[in-house]
Write a protein of this length. Structure first.
Lengths: 269, 284
């Protein structure tokens, strides 16, 4: 059974279609990229997958997440799926973390929720031990200090690691990373990408990686879907799509990335 | 960056801690006096212990009223009444206001619009007038009818503020993040929304506390507040009105008490906001 099966998804705002006839399948453990310029419907598709479309938007078609139909499903059906079937990592870790909650408590929240779902005890000491485990998992230094810090007291890269730890703590089958490196500097970007790839492989999660940055996507995924103005223009293994792009838009993306690499005097990957 | 942060704060830090300490001292004095009246007062509040309309002296720190009763004793009891009414009114207002405000922020569009319009209409109604209506609706004026009246009148302001603040928090990325991770609405309200609106809300509570005290004095001045054995500052002012030229201190003393508590409350509010918000605290 596919983990996520989006079939002919159309998302409308009033009369305008923001996503048109989109189909995408993610098998357990697969790593899939969703690429396209801003406003192409990448994030909307991801939010639709967990039934969290902004007010006023309407989804048609079918989305099966872990075997459950998401489109039109009531909140009670959707809530248990969120976190356990799919968890998110967002673009801007500063705003994705509650500014007034210490990191330790913030990471403890998904852990406590998952333990309640699994019917395990929610004993404080056990939760704290798990918080430490996940913060270690994302290679954060000085865990005692970080657990006692507010988000604004740690660096951007550390914040994104915390956000990843929170997503991991849900033990999702699918990790949805929505431009997780866009807000970070180049060095931190590379570290976070490395971390995400390693974690996804080690935890056996599937990954949906959303980005407008072609080289970044190429580094972490096996398959890629190229979106433009809400429509799929190309879909397939990374090598095929980026190696011999068929659609004009994909060609343009590949050329732009190549030109950028040449300008930097580095070989094209 | 660190240089900038370390060179600017000293002046602000002292002004902030000064705000807090002056507020603490003023409110603390009133709280102390209020608690003290439960076990001890300089004189019996109803006993005629001196000449009529005496000026302040060592025996009578704030002079005496037209019946020769000690004014300082009555002002101390006034502190207790003011604090009691303020706390009661704010407690009622926060209970009703925060509940309705959060409800409106989460509600469907129609319900939200209806609630917002209701808050606006209630706010457009003067607090005092609304309180007078509530007092008039209850059988007789009592301390509790005054508290209830002010609480209801203030709750609309609290509700409107809560609604706006909660809506702003609900639009934040961390709420979306919490929802994608499977948080329930209840958990979002109690773990994210309330803690994040609390710093602003608590400052407003302190301001409303001051407004409630003034409103209670106004109600008592009009004879709609706590009935006679309770010596509210408003009633003292009203009694002193007729003799303000012969014994001005009779009006000045309760006025000073009122102003000092309200100012103290506001200063305390400012100081507390700085403590309540870790991002402000961290930047100092």
């Amino acid at each position: 059974m596919s983990l996520l099966k989006i079939d002919k998804l159309t998302i409308r705002a009033g009369g305008q279609a923001l996503v048109k006839d989109m189909s995408l399948t993610i098998e357990p453990g697969a790593r899939v990229g969703l690429i396209g310029e801003s406003g192409s419907g990448k994030s909307l598709t991801a939010f639709a997958a967990v039934g969290l479309l902004p007010q006023g938007l309407e989804a048609k078609g079918s989305i099966l997440l872990d075997g459950v139909e998401v489109v039109g499903a009531p909140e009670e059906t959707l809530r248990p799926l969120r976190g356990s079937a799919a968890a998110f990592v967002f673009q801007e870790p500063l705003t994705a973390l509650d500014p007034l909650m210490k990191i330790g408590r913030q990471v403890a929240e998904p852990i406590a929720r998952r333990r309640r779902r699994e019917g395990k005890s929610a004993k404080r000491s056990e939760i704290v031990a798990e918080v430490r485990h996940y913060l270690e998992r994302v290679a954060l230094p000085d865990i005692d200090r970080i657990m006692n810090s507010y988000p604004f007291q740690i660096s951007g890269g550390q914040r994104q690691r915390v956000a990843i730890a929170m997503a991991l703590a849900c033990r999702p089958k699918l990790l949805i990373a929505d431009e997780p490196t866009t807000a970070l500097d180049v060095t931190t970007q590379a570290e976070i990408l490395e971390l995400l790839s390693t974690l996804v492989r080690e935890e056996g999660m599937a990954l949906l990686f959303i980005s407008h940055d072609l080289p970044v996507v190429a580094k972490v995924v096996e398959e890629v879907t190229v979106l433009r103005r809400g429509e799929i223009v190309e879909q397939g293994p990374v090598r095929t799509v980026f190696g011999s792009p068929q659609h004009e838009y994909t060609k343009m993306l590949v050329n732009a990335a190549a030109a950028f690499d040449r300008a930097l005097g580095e070989p094209v990957q | 960056m660190t240089d900038v942060l370390e060179t600017t704060p000293p002046a602000r830090r002292t002004s902030r801690s000064l705000t807090l300490s002056v507020g603490l001292v003023l409110v603390g004095l009133h709280v102390f006096a209020a608690i003290l009246t439960l076990i001890w007062t300089p004189y019996e509040p109803t006993a005629m212990t001196g000449g009529r309309l005496e000026a302040p002296s060592l025996a009578h720190w704030a002079g005496t009223d037209r019946l020769g009763r000690d004014l300082f004793t009555q002002i101390m009891i006034g502190s207790r009444i003011a604090l009691f009414v303020g706390a009661g009114a704010v407690a009622i207002a926060s209970l009703i206001g925060v509940t309705l405000g959060v409800l409106a922020a989460f509600a469907t569009r129609t319900l939200d619009d209806a609630l917002a319009a209701t808050f606006d209409i209630l706010i457009a109604f003067p607090t005092l007038l609304l309180a007078m209506l509530v007092v008039a609706a209850t059988d007789s004026a009592s301390l509790f009818s005054a508290i209830l009246a002010l609480g209801i009148a203030i709750s609309a302001i609290v509700a409107r503020l809560t609604r706006i603040l909660a809506k702003r928090v609900l639009a934040m990325d961390y709420i979306t993040a919490a929802r994608t991770a499977g948080s329930s609405w209840a958990s979002i309200v109690f773990r994210h929304v309330l803690p994040n609106i609390w710093p602003t809300l608590s400052v407003n509570f302190a301001l409303q506390f001051g407004i409630a005290i003034i409103a209670e004095a106004s109600l008592s001045y009009l004879g709609l507040g706590a009935p006679p054995p309770n010596s509210s500052w408003g009633r003292l002012l009203q009694e002193a009105q007729g003799t303000v030229y012969t014994a001005p201190f009779g009006a000045v003393a309760p006025g000073l008490a009122l102003v000092s508590l309200v100012i103290g409350m506001n200063l305390l509010a400012d100081g507390l906001r700085d403590i309540g918000d870790p991002t402000r605290r961290g930047r100092r």
